[in-house]
Design a protein around this ligand. Structure first.
Ligand code: SF4
Ligand code: SF4
Length: 415
């Protein structure tokens, strides 16, 4: 290895797993859009290995490809050699950032928001309250008119305050008690998807689980890790590991945001044994209910539903059957297939803001598939995907509601 290999030298062993078979190419959204080898998983592994071996400089091409990759991990599912591409690309992004190669205004703004706003509950709450007030008074319209049409659709409506209340410290189990779980509250979830958190707690309670809110938990660090802010992501993860380690008697830490779940499950890579202990208790809500044995709801929902796999659930956590099984357990609900269930929707953390053109093209494929299936409802278990697909539905003028799978279960239990 040459002298110049130092910036990515620690990634070198991970790049050696690639045997250049090319099986990852057809599943990679950026390769499908560009047809360029450098924008494929194999091409990116080649670039990273070249830098680690001192053959390729750590420069703009590597920085651009690290930013253009969605981190969707579809390539990991396809790869027969076990290349851990998600971890490689996140660490490469961190090195690119620390080398000063990712310093455009958009990246500085992203870093500021992910450090100074997103993990601070009070600041985030007031910032979104102001946005919500502006939306209700129609003050957002002049600003939105300045944005491209597809980006306008991405700006989420801030829900009313009654949906942004924190969950109570304890939600009691209903019926025969089967155990006690913690629910990861998240950062964006309580503010923009408080209804999903509330539905998750009710569904767990309906299944006999007491749901507790663990003090000291917070933003998990997934968005920051995805954006290459390694040091800050680690500090957030450590805080969560400490908080959940102090909570006794938990059967699981249940997560309803696929991106957060995938990150927490890799906590061992970041924190060693403390992280492994945290990771071992994390379960996606669909997986947890399926493993526990769902108490079948009696209420009917006569709906045609397309389930869409969040990348960080299907590729990041290997969970694909459980959400479908839960939805199929709802009387009257018809699960309708569509042509692109495991393809990325283009949300990918803050990707739809930092790479708007590519994100819109990738969303276009997803929407073609959903439009052809014409469901009443699209169900997907990740906040970024919910926002992105809602934007696609609005843009295309489709009639479908876009919801988290637990919201359908909750409706069925309430019926
Ligand atoms: S993570 Fe997704 S976008 Fe990145 S190389 Fe793999 S398949 Fe392509
Ligand atoms: S599928 Fe895996 S081994 Fe094959 S080219 Fe892609 S990354 Fe390399």
């Amino acid at each position: 290895m040459g002298e110049g290999a130092a910036p990515l030298a620690e990634l070198h062993p991970g790049t050696l797993d690639c045997v250049h078979c090319g099986l990852c190419l057809p599943v990679c959204p950026t390769y499908r859009e560009t047809g360029r080898e450098t924008s494929s998983p194999r091409g990116r592994v080649y670039l990273l290995r070249g830098v680690a071996e001192g053959e390729i400089p750590l420069g703009d091409v590597v920085a651009e490809e690290a930013a253009l990759c969605l981190g969707c991990r579809a390539c990991e599912t396809a790869c027969p050699s076990g290349v851990r591409f998600g971890s490689l690309i996140e660490r490469a992004r961190a090195r690119v950032t620390s080398a000063g190669l990712r310093d455009a205004p958009a990246q500085r703004l992203e870093r500021f928001a992910l450090r100074q706003l997103v993990p601070h509950k009070t600041r985030l709450h007031w910032a979104l309250s102001l946005v919500g007030l502006g939306q209700r008074l129609g003050l957002d319209r002049p600003v939105l008119r300045l944005l491209p049409e597809w980006l306008r659709g991405l700006a989420p409506r801030v829900p009313p305050l009654r949906e942004r209340r924190r969950l109570p410290g304890l939600v009691a189990a209903r019926g025969e008690r089967r155990g006690r779980v913690a629910l990861l509250e998240g950062c964006i979830m309580p503010e923009l998807f408080g209804a999903v958190n509330a539905a998750t707690a009710r569904v767990l309670a309906c299944n006999g689980f007491e749901v507790v809110q663990v003090a000291g938990q917070g933003c998990c660090g997934a968005l920051q890790a995805h954006a290459g802010d390694e040091e800050f992501a680690r500090s957030l993860l450590e805080r969560n590991a400490r908080a959940f380690a102090a909570a006794d008697g938990l059967d699981a830490i249940v997560v309803n945001s696929a991106g957060c779940g995938a990150f927490l499950r890799e906590a061992g890579d970041w924190l060693g044994p403390d992280g492994e202990r945290l990771a071992a208790r994390v379960r996606d809500v669909s997986e947890f209910l399926d493993e526990a044995g769902l108490r079948a709801p009696e209420g009917e929902l006569r709906l045609r539903v397309c389930y869409d796999d969040p990348c960080h659930l299907v590729h990041g956590q290997g969970v694909d059957a459980a959400p479908r099984k839960l939805l199929e357990a709802i009387p009257g609900l018809e699960l309708v297939p569509h042509a692109d269930p495991t393809g990325c929707c283009g949300a990918a953390g803050t990707y739809n803001l930092t790479q708007p053109g590519m994100s819109a093209a990738i969303l276009g494929r997803k929407m073609d598939a959903l439009q052809a299936a014409d469901p009443d409802v699209v169900a997907t278990g990740n906040p970024g995907c919910l926002m992105q697909i809602r934007a696609g539905v609005t843009q295309r003028g489709l009639r479908a509601r876009v919801v988290h799978p637990v919201e359908l279960l909750d409706e069925a239990y309430a019926n």
